[in-house]
Design a protein. Sequence first.
Lengths: 191, 191
Amino acid sequence: MARAGVTAERLTQAAAELADEVGFENVTVSALARRFGVTDPSLYSHIKNAQDLRMRLAALALTELADRVAAALAGRAGKDALAAFAGAYRDYAKEHPGRYAAAQIELDPESAAAGPARRHAEMTRAILRAYELQEPDQTDAVRLLHSTFHGYVSLERAGGFSHHPRDADASWSRALDALDSVLRNWPPADV
Amino acid sequence: MARAGVTAERLTQAAAELADEVGFENVTVSALARRFGVTDPSLYSHIKNAQDLRMRLAALALTELADRVAAALAGRAGKDALAAFAGAYRDYAKEHPGRYAAAQIELDPESAAAGPARRHAEMTRAILRAYELQEPDQTDAVRLLHSTFHGYVSLERAGGFSHHPRDADASWSRALDALDSVLRNWPPADV
DNA sequence: CTCGCTTACCTAGAGGTATTAAGTATTTGC
DNA sequence: GCAAATACTTAATACCTCTAGGTAAGCGAG
């Protein structure tokens, strides 16, 4: 009996493909073992448990997403950078819905802060450079941007915009206009 | 053997309590049956299947959330209304994390459009009345508001803001300032 | 009041997933 | 070419979902 050559990396990669095909919630240890032609318990030599698998998948997705955003951001500033970040973010979610869903799970504090999550925060701060915001406004703006991007993509994916004729792309574009406007003219507290 | 008096309504209510206690993903038919002191199959007289139960729970949560928001919105306009809506929304998510998670699942198009989902859209439009936006700007603004609220609450619940000293309440307050500012001065397309 | 219908609930069981324990086979390093 | 490490196996437990078929409790009509 030849070995299947399973490693944690190949498992995570396969889990990512599976997630995009059947949805994150249907990524199971069993389905993954089936895909590799081995029995379920075989996978426990490589992963701790199902939760560990999901966290590895989340880390993969966050890293891929950060790579995309970083590439899109290169050489841009101001609204250009804002649109590039947002576009890369939204496109990734559309192309890889399962991975995007995985990226939303709460990963344990240590690995989250250490790993890819901090890259996202740093890149969002990079966008803001051109807008010249000082702390704590910068942190507030990072949170606002992240919330809007994630919220929009999240609602769009859940079908929240599909029952209305207005094009989701158009609304997205206007949302970016609005964010740019608010960043250029960041309001003082309690207007 | 006395009857337990299970009905679809009591099941849904219990499922909501269970969701807040153990998380939406841990709301199972078995756990619910246990809570009512009956066997698992007994519940299938009242609900179609596990998915049906989740959808009833989602509908309950959406209705409760809409009720809260409607109450908060009464007699307010402009930024006052904006803050009231946002506060009710965020508070509900904090008090009832399981129900809030349930409210995010994709329910089938018919029941979604017919039921509570449309109430949310209508109330968000009510906020905008004072800002006097015309279509399609109004739809774009509705989507922006919803995205921001949902995104912020979602990231906050996932612990996205916990690794930074800046208070999540303060950032939230500034986000509302920013949204108010952008609504009062809605930018034309492609600034 | 009791007969019979409806409905709530049960037992039995099949099928899927997660996980541990303990064993066999395969590869690798010396 | 052997020993140690590791990949993978079967076996078994536990939980969850759901169907089929049966029992019993409550209710309306005679």
